[in-house]
Design a protein around this ligand. Sequence first.
Ligand code: NAD
Ligand code: GLY
Length: 372
Amino acid sequence: MQVLATPKLRAPSIETVSIDLGERSYPIHIGQGLLGDPGSYDAVPRGSMAVIVSNATVAPLYAAALEAALKSRHRQVELVTLPDGEDHKDWTTLNLIFDRLLAVGADRKTVLYALGGGVVGDMTGFAAASFMRGVPFVQVPTTLLAQVDSSVGGKTGINHPRGKNMIGAFHQPLCVVADLDSLRSLPARELRAGLAEVIKYGPIADVPFLDWIEAHLDDLLAGDPAALRHAVRRSCEIKALVVGADERESGLRAILNFGHTFGHAIEAGLGYGVWLHGEAVGCGMAMAAALSSRLGLLAESDAQRLVRLIERAGLPVRGPALGADRYLALMRADKKAEAGEIRFVVLDGLGRAVLRGAPDDIVRQVLAQHGD
Ligand code: NAD
Ligand code: GLY
């Protein structure tokens, strides 16, 4: 799939990508200084209670600025601070949100604000999808990964020890406010993890973007604001087009899971939080490229090109030694599997991704090539 879109300019420093989902359409605002600007939240109705959901790392950095921006829009602003970490993306932590919503007297008009990375975003979205059978929410992503991927598209949920993101719901936000300034406080390892999801969009949908990432990788790794802005905008444009065409993943949307079948197995197999999600996806993309090549769909040189880029981004391309049987068992539990058959997102040439099964012996060869 090759996608092209022109972003709408709100002001010179703010760009807005629209995601077209009929009555569930919403804007994704990208720029600097947005988080603390009341105008960023124009899509949110006035007058209700706001509950900011964040975590112990992000709240001290950004909750006060968000709270101040929301004071003129909401009659009351509350903050819930969750423990930080992928290993807390579970029922126990989700319940902390529900406990607080009930304690402060939240109602059906209460708006939740997810302030943080993908873990906070996925859990807040799921809380919003299920509290009183659904309340509105806003995504305020503060990691690169969340700005380019998880805050857009309405997938929400929590992990199960047997499988990543196994319990959840589709629930679209009212808007996404991606403040590039928040990336300045992001640790280098988290920035690299976010680059995995940026790289993903090139091979699945946009070869010129892949060329651009290769040319600007050093700028991205150095946190160059102009490079990050382009990466976030182009990633959101591609994701918005894919989700706009297939909101509930009846087909096309699965391509956004390139590298994730292997990656989710790594995360669940090692225990959540040992490898970062983006690290597991980076390695999973190297494995998926090798699989594409072994299936005769992708030139070996193109697979190598991707592996080199993933390595340059500082991401792993060799998986942990879980053993092939364990990898296969974990991948059979993947949400894309049907009747026990694992289905992988593979590249049918660079720029085009397809979903298909693969013989176990070929998958074992890939694991041997990219495993221990
Ligand atoms: P994360 O949410 O754990 O954030 C990474 C770390 O950075 C955390 O320690 C966090 O507290 C910290 N942090 C966040 N913003 C910061 C900032 N501005 N400055 C300093 N520290 C900051 O991880 P992530 O990579 O953002 O998200 C990964 C999660 O996203 C996974 O659970 C994954 O399954 C999910 N995900 C969901 C979708 C989707 O479509 N819903 C897509 C991709 C990934
Ligand atoms: N991150 C995969 C999706 O949103 O579908």
